[in-house]
Write a protein that binds this ligand. Sequence first.
Ligand SMILES: [Zn+2]
Length: 184
Amino acid sequence: MNENINSQLPALDSQPSILSPQRSALIVNVEQRFREYLQANNLRQTRERFAILQAVYETEGTFTIEDLQKRLLQINFHVSTATLYNTTLLLVRANLLVRHPFSSSSAVFERIYDERPRTYQVCNNCHQITLIKSRELSAAVLSYKPRRFSVSHRITYIYGVCPKCKRALQKNLNNSQYSSNETR
Ligand SMILES: [Zn+2]
């Protein structure tokens, strides 16, 4: 990790309030956790890092680095892509952000903010990601309480083929059967 990226920036003394004037209790809480992580690891508490944390925590659902950059640009907060990558990596290490293991072209992230389990359906073909809302599944995931393992968050992935891809694959299959019959 290149710690020099933010080295010219002033250290953060006061609380940043960049995205919304009223910071929620959640933001205050995660800022405290991030501050502790940065202190423990001898890393600088820069304005950029806290602005990125706030943008991350004001984003519901999944997002990419590009989405995050757009969001910060909307409020005229300019950060380099390198700082975004660097900070998201720190947030992942600080257990404040999860990087999903999706094989999409861009890395997909999501804040870790409560104990509710989340389940995603992922298409093997087009890599489309859908959040599944199932009480049954959530209850089952929550009911698993390991004895010697402290759970921080619960995310489940279900892989398969989406209806759109299934139709396309079926169509291709039918076409290939038709052409093989023709050549007989
Ligand atoms: Zn698909």
